[in-house]
Ligand binder design. Structure first.
Ligand code: CP
Length: 332
């Protein structure tokens, strides 16, 4: 793995990815204790809300024997008094051995890396990238496809994951493909492999929004190509679902009373038809899997979770193991 700054999935080679997956497999073995981060302090600087990324990074650091400091809201920092992101990061890099940053602005992690004296990991920057999410997604995809189910139980006798566990797959992205950074990063990673990508954007393009919420809902209902959606579901080995990334749409779009917020209120009604629910499971292959980076809203119904093809909770769990492996290699 690179020794400094993990900002984009662009940086990663196939070899580095599979090295990381071997480490992830090893870390998943029950009963092992790690001390790789003994005496290390990691700054978790979250300028935007998070459940999974922040908690799994915190769990990863602590399970490796390290500790964390940081915040989950910028309101408690001197940025409230007007301090710049650069000065905030430069200061924090005097105290910690690595920084994990999430920010609402695309490019914020790169700005942080430019001034930091310690490695910076991008934990999501606006509608830019979310490289560790993409890595855990790809790990989950390969792990689910690999037929050696004892691989990470009896590590030494199992065969490691390879491109054979990814090549040939069809991945169907369903949701807000325009603004979901998890989709952007995963697509870049998948670009290293021989895969087929299908897409269905669940939400319209804000640039063509007429301002008439009712008309837009009608337009969307009419343009919904259910037949094509069913065909895509039938072809997919991986159905990757994302929510509407409301907070990423152009400034003020979803403020109370705005045209987009009125559209969204109406959209909830048609979403009774346009979402992934138990009725869609029958169109999928038996061997296919369903992933979602989470959080979810109404684009994927919780009733789907009990289907054995739904791997969203294993995916979230893999996030902790993958981040452990990543931190371990960063400090080795
Ligand atoms: N998948 C993901 O990034 O979730 P959080 O926003 O909860 O961290």
């Amino acid at each position: 793995m690179p020794t400094k700054h993990i900002l984009s999935t662009d940086q990663l080679s196939e070899e580095e990815i599979f090295d990381l997956f071997v480490q992830t497999d090893r870390i998943r073995l029950p009963g092992n204790r790690y001390t790789s981060l003994d005496g290390k302090l990691v700054g978790l600087l979250f300028f935007e809300p998070s459940t999974r990324t922040m908690s799994s990074f915190m769990a990863a650091v602590k399970r490796l024997g390290g500790d964390t400091i940081g915040w989950s809201s910028p309101n408690t920092t001197s940025m409230e008094k007007g301090e710049s992101l650069e000065d905030t990061i430069k200061t924090m890099s005097q105290y910690v051995d690595a920084i994990v940053i999430r920010h609402k602005e695309k490019g914020a992690a790169k700005r942080a890396a430019a001034v930091s004296d310690v490695p910076v990991i991008n934990a999501g920057d606006g509608d830019g990238e979310h490289p560790t999410q993409a890595l855990l997604d790809l790990y989950t995809i390969a792990d689910e496809r690999n037929t050696d189910k004892n691989r990470h139980v009896i590590f030494r006798t199992g065969k490691p994951l390879t491109n054979k566990d990814i090549d040939g797959l069809t991945i169907f992205f369903f949701g807000d493909n325009r603004y979901a950074r998890a989709v952007h990063s995963l697509k870049k990673l998948l670009g290293l492999f021989d895969v087929n990508i299908l897409e269905e954007n669940l939400y319209f393009d804000p640039e063509t929004f007429s301002g008439d919420a009712s008309a837009e809902v009608q337009k969307q209902k009419q343009s919904w190509d259910k037949e094509n959606y069913i065909i895509n579901l039938g072809q997919a080995d991986v159905v990757y679902i994302t929510r509407l990334q409301k907070e990423r749409w152009p400034g003020g779009w979803f403020d109370t009373g705005s045209p987009a917020s009125r559209w969204y209120a109406k959209y909830q009604h048609i979403n009774k038809e346009i979402h992934f629910g138990t009725g869609d499971l029958k169109w999928m292959q038996k061997s296919a899997i369903i992933l979602h980076p989470l959080p979810r809203t109404d684009e994927m119904k919780p009733a789907v979770d009990s289907d054995k093809r739904c791997k969203i909770w294993q995916q979230a769990k893999n996030g902790m193991f993958l981040r452990m492996a990543l931190l371990k290699s960063l400090f080795s």
